[in-house]
Design a protein around this ligand. Structure first.
Ligand SMILES: *[C@@H]1O[C@H](CO)[C@@H](O)[C@H](O)[C@H]1NC(C)=O
Ligand SMILES: *[C@@H]1O[C@H](CO)[C@@H](O)[C@H](O)[C@H]1NC(C)=O
Ligand SMILES: *[C@@H]1O[C@H](CO)[C@@H](O)[C@H](O)[C@H]1NC(C)=O
Length: 401
């Protein structure tokens, strides 16, 4: 009797104190939204308030960012960045304000998320660094297929904390005056973050995916990469995208690479990878552009062509291991070859598809863009073994063909 009672008491205690683990939710929330930058942000924030709040309260890195923000150097970097962004991209700052107001969270927390390593390392440029590296991207075209495949990898707290935003932005007259243009795009967003720094497409023929890169020397106060990838969503063609990334007059503060497939009015397709890094000698970003024709584009979280000193740590070790695994396969020719590589888990320490429960960096989703079918398939589990949870149309509404 006594034993039984203790057992019951214990179970009740356990039941109360242990939250059921969420696991890997097979869901891809999508919001279709239209309006000014602020209104679009507001509706995203309002709709995903609970996901955003849950992310903000659980994201360990944000605790570090807040600690840095409380120091003088941190606060100065924050203020300088915000002043610069209010001058350069006032309408994107309003979009973030909209998300904050809609979700009921403080603006500064969302702005810290955008600053990322530009606030995290402002006082102590320590290495090795635990940076956000994990995304693997591959793109190719041949007479039968044009495909971009991408694993969206992020800190494990981001699992189940993302959504897709399919937006039609109609700028206010004031924002138009400041340089804003009408935009139509769809992008995956980490909770509370701007669209653009993950994967998606825009109406002008651009399909893209992003890889975080980690230069050792950052330019604090300069443009955070997420503002450039947000602005890239408005690009009409490759040369305009290049101009946006170059960010003449200020320049990026941190690093990333973008994989792009541009489709033009005649249905031709061009594949590019652009490595973006801080230019330590001039007020602009440094770009290294590579165009691919017959070759396979492969990019992880390590600079391939830019002469820049990077951090050391898991982001680099993981990239080296994933690149080795990917290049160990015969060149993919179709969608099933691509799905196979994206699903690879043979890496000893780091995997292309990272889904072990104790991985620090986890694959939160994988995407396959099929330019012939004009579809964007989003998988939560391995693309080789599962059906996509969502298949979104790629709508190039500005192209004639
Ligand atoms: C990096 O991650 C490892 C493993 O979780 C942890 O032990 C270490 O403290 C982290 N280092 C930094 C600088 O955050
Ligand atoms: C790219 O788009 C811009 C803006 O619409 C335009 O001015 C430029 O001529 C275009 N460039 C090319 C090469 O099509
Ligand atoms: C790379 O940069 C370093 C330092 O700026 C320089 O000494 C070196 O010659 C450069 N290497 C190449 C291949 O450009």
């Amino acid at each position: 009797m006594f034993l039984l009672n203790s057992f019951v008491v214990l179970s009740v205690l356990l039941g109360v104190s242990c939250e059921k683990p969420l696991g890997r939710r097979a869901t891809v929330p999508v919001i279709y939204v239209q309006g000014s930058h602020y209104d679009v942000g507001y509706d995203v924030g309002r709709t995903f308030s609970s996901v955003i709040k849950s992310f903000i309260s659980s994201y360990e890195n944000l605790r570090d960012f807040e600690k840095e923000y409380k120091t003088d150097t941190g606060r100065n970097a924050y203020d300088k960045t915000l002043t610069n962004m209010r001058k350069k991209f006032p309408y994107y700052v309003k979009e973030i304000q909209g998300v904050a107001d809609g979700a009921g969270v403080p603006f500064y927390q969302l702005f810290l998320l955008q600053m990322d390593d530009l606030i995290g390392n402002v006082n102590d440029n320590h290495i090795p660094r635990n940076d956000t590296g994990g995304c693997s991207s591959m793109a190719f075209k041949n007479p039968h297929a044009t495909l971009l495949g991408h694993t969206e990898d992020a800190f494990h707290e981001t699992l189940n904390h993302f959504y897709i935003m399919s937006a039609h932005i109609i700028p206010t007259p004031e924002d138009r005056e400041a340089g804003a243009v009408e935009e139509r795009f769809a992008s995956l967003c980490y909770a509370g973050h701007m669209p653009g720094y993950t994967m998606g497409y825009n109406q002008n023929g651009l399909v893209f995916s992003i890889n975080t890169l980690s230069p050792l020397i950052l330019k604090h106060g300069n443009t955070p990469r997420t503002f450039l990838t947000r602005a890239m969503l408005s690009a009409k063609n490759f040369s305009q995208a290049e101009q946006i990334l170059r960010d003449e007059g200020l320049g990026i503060g941190n690093g990333f690479s973008v994989n792009m497939i541009w489709t033009n009015n005649w249905g031709d397709r061009q594949i590019y990878n652009v490595e973006v890094s801080p230019d330590l000698k001039a007020d602009r970003s440094h770009l290294n552009i590579q165009k691919y024709d017959k070759d396979l584009l492969v990019h992880c979280n390590k600079y391939q062509r830019t002469n820049v000193t990077e951090v050391t740590g898991p982001i680099i070790d993981s990239s080296v291991e994933r690149l080795q695994v990917i290049h160990g396969y015969p060149k993919p020719r179709d969608r099933s070859d691509l799905a196979q590589i994206l699903s690879d888990t043979t890496g000893k320490n780091f995997r292309v598809f990272a889904d072990r429960p104790d991985d620090i960096i986890m694959t939160i989703a994988a995407g396959i863009f099929d330019l012939d079918k004009r579809t964007w398939s989003i998988y939560i589990n391995k693309p080789k073994l599962s059906e996509p949870v969502a298949v979104l149309p790629i709508t190039f509404s500005c192209l004639d063909y």
